[in-house]
Design a protein around this ligand. Structure first.
Ligand code: ADP
Length: 481
C-alpha cells in the first residue's frame, strides 16, 4: 500500500495536518482555560475588595461588628458567589449563599489567614463530579482600631468546567472530521495530480524498438510533469534517430557486402561450368576474386572502425609524434599508388612539427584523402598535400587535378556509404572501379571526418570542379606531454 506515491502523499499530508490541528486545539484550550481562571480570580478579588470597603464604611457609620458584617453581605449580592465574614478566631458573623446552597466556609485554619489575599481551589463536597470550588480569603480590619475579621468569597468552577468540556467535545468531533475530509481531499488531489504519470508510464511500457516514433502524452508542457515528459520525448527522439542510423548502416553494409560476394560467386560458378579450362582462365578468375576479397576486406575494416567509433570502443590513443614525418611516410605510400596509375603525388616541404594525437588514425585519414584524390585523377594528373601551422591550428590541404565532385553530390560526400559513382559501379559486373581503380564503399570520408572530430578538429571540402578538388583538415595543436 505504501508503494504508491499517492498513498504516501496522502498519509504525509494527513500526518502533518494532524500535528497542526492537535497543537492548535491544545493551544486554544489552554488559552481559554487560563482566561476563564483569571476571570474567576479577578471576580473573587473584586468581591473581597468591595467587602473590605463596605465593612469599613458600615463601622465608620457606627454599626456594631455584627451589624456591619450582616449589612455588608446583604448589600453585596452576586448570584454565583457565596460571601462570608468571620471573626479572627473563625466564628461566622454573616454570610450569603450562592446558587445551589453554596456556603463560603473558611478554607484554612483562622491562624493561617493573613492580610495578603489568598486564592485556593478546593473540592466541592456537594457533588461527585470533578467540579471544584475557587475560594478567596483575607484577614482585614474594618477600622484600624477594630479586631481583625476574616472575609471569604467562594465560587463554583462548574460553569467554567462546562464551557471547557463543550470545547473539548467540539474539538473531539471537529478534528477527526476535518482530518477525514482533508485525507479524502488529499487522496483525490494526489490522484488527479499523478494521473499524467500513470498515463505516461502506460504509454512508456508500450514503446519498444519497433515503435520508437511514438511519444509520451504531455498534458501541460510548462509544469514539472510536462517537462519530464518533454525530456523523455527528446530522449526517445534521439534514440529513434540513432536506431534509424543503425538500421540504415546495417542495410547499407549488407548491400555493399553483397556486391563483391555475388561477383565472386558468379566468377566461381562461370569458371566451374566447364570441367576443363586453360590455366590462364583459372588465373583470371582468381585475380578477379582476389580483387573482390581485397575490396571486401577494406569494407569490413572500414565498417569495423566506424562501428567501434560509434560504440565508443575506439577511443583515440594519443602520443607525441612528428607530424612532418608522418606526412612524409604517408606521401611515400601514396606515391607508390600514384605511380601505378600515372599520377604524380607531391608534398610541400614543411617545418618540424610535434603533435599530440593518435598517429594510426591520422595516418588512415591522410591515406583516405590521398587515395580518393589518386583514384579520381586521370593518368598524367597531379595530387599535392601541404602542411601549415597558424594560430595554434594545423592545416592539411589535399588538392588534385582530378575530375571533381558533381555539385549535387557535394553535400553528401561525408555521409556513410555515399558514393558519387555508385550507379556506375553497380552496373559493372566485376565490381566498383573508378578510372580503372577499385572504389571503396563510401566510408573513407566518414572515417576521415570522425578522426578529425575526435581530435577536436574538422574536415571540409574547399572546392571541387572539373579542374580538380581540394580538401582541408584543421586540427587544434594540443599540449604535448
Ligand atoms: P570511398 O571510400 O568509396 O572512396 P569516400 O567516402 O571516401 O568513399 O568518398 C565518397 C565519394 O566522394 C566518392 O564516391 C567519390 O566519388 C567522391 N570523392 C571523394 N574524394 C574525391 C576527389 N578527390 N575527387 C573526386 N571525387 C571524390
Amino acid at each position: 500500500m505504501f508503494d504508491s506515491v499517492r498513498t504516501r502523499l496522502t498519509f504525509w499530508y494527513v500526518g502533518v495536518l494532524t500535528l497542526v490541528l492537535v497543537a492548535f486545539s491544545f493551544g486554544v484550550y489552554a488559552l481559554l482555560a487560563g482566561n476563564l481562571e483569571r476571570r474567576t480570580d479577578a471576580g473573587l478579588h473584586a468581591a473581597l475588595d468591595s467587602m473590605k470597603h463596605l465593612l469599613g464604611y458600615e463601622r465608620a457609620e457606627g454599626d456594631s461588628e455584627l451589624e456591619a458584617a450582616r449589612n455588608t453581605v446583604a448589600e453585596l449580592r452576586y448570584p454565583h458567589m457565596a460571601l462570608a465574614v468571620y471573626t479572627a478566631d473563625g466564628q461566622l458573623l454573616a454570610e450569603t449563599l450562592a446558587e445551589g446552597d453554596l456556603h463560603a466556609t473558611l478554607p484554612l485554619a483562622p491562624s493561617d489567614v493573613h492580610e495578603t489575599l489568598r486564592l485556593l481551589t478546593r473540592p466541592d463536597a456537594r457533588t461527585t463530579k470533578e467540579d471544584r470550588l475557587r475560594v478567596a480569603v483575607q484577614r482585614v480590619r474594618a477600622l484600624p482600631t477594630d479586631a481583625p475579621n476574616l472575609i471569604v468569597a467562594l465560587q463554583s468552577l462548574e460553569t467554567m468546567n462546562e464551557e471547557l468540556t463543550s470545547l473539548r467535545q467540539v474539538f473531539l468531533v471537529a478534528v477527526p472530521l476535518a482530518l477525514a475530509l482533508a485525507g479524502l481531499g488529499g487522496w483525490f488531489l494526489a490522484r488527479k495530480a499523478l494521473t499524467p504519470v500513470v498515463s505516461m508510464s502506460e504509454q512508456a511500457r508500450r514503446i519498444s524498438a519497433s515503435n520508437l516514433e511514438e511519444r509520451l502524452p504531455v498534458a501541460n508542457p510548462r509544469d514539472e510533469l510536462g517537462r519530464l515528459a518533454g525530456t523523455f520525448n527528446e530522449l526517445l527522439a534521439r534514440l529513434n534517430v540513432s536506431f534509424d542510423q543503425q538500421r540504415q548502416f546495417m542495410a547499407d553494409a549488407s548491400h555493399e557486402l553483397r556486391t563483391p560476394l555475388s561477383v565472386m560467386h558468379t566468377t566461381a560458378e562461370v569458371t566451374l561450368q566447364r570441367a576443363h579450362r586453360a590455366e590462364s582462365e583459372y588465373r583470371d578468375a582468381l585475380v578477379l576474386m582476389d580483387a573482390q576479397t581485397q575490396r571486401l576486406a577494406r569494407i569490413v575494416t572500414d565498417m569495423f572502425t566506424l562501428a567501434r567509433a560509434d560504440a565508443g570502443h575506439r577511443p583515440i590513443e594519443p602520443t607525441d609524434f612528428y607530424l612532418d614525418e608522418l606526412l612524409a611516410e604517408t606521401v611515400r605510400a601514396a606515391q607508390v599508388l600514384g605511380e601505378r596509375s600515372g599520377v604524380k603525388v607531391s608534398v610541400e616541404p614543411c617545418a618540424e612539427t610535434i603533435f599530440h594525437g593518435d598517429e594510426g588514425l591520422l595516418r588512415q585519414m591522410l591515406l583516405n584523402l590521398l587515395d580518393n584524390s589518386i583514384k579520381h585523377t586521370p593518368s598524367g594528373g597531379q595530387v599535392s598535400i601541404t602542411l601549415a601551422q597558424r594560430d595554434g591550428v594545423i592545416e592539411f590541404v589535399v588538392a588534385d587535378s582530378g575530375s571533381g565532385i558533381p555539385l549535387e553530390a557535394q553535400p553528401h560526400i561525408f555521409e556513410r556509404f555515399y558514393r558519387v559513382d555508385e550507379a556506375r559501379s553497380r552496373s559493372v559486373q566485376n565490381g566498383a572501379t573508378v578510372n580503372g581503380k577499385s572504389s571503396g564503399a563510401g566510408l573513407g570520408l566518414s572515417i576521415a571526418r570522425w578522426v578529425a572530430e575526435a581530435h577536436g578538429g574538422s574536415i571540409s571540402l574547399v572546392q571541387s570542379d572539373p579542374a580538380g578538388t581540394t580538401f582541408s583538415v584543421e586540427l587544434p595543436l594540443r599540449e604535448t606531454s
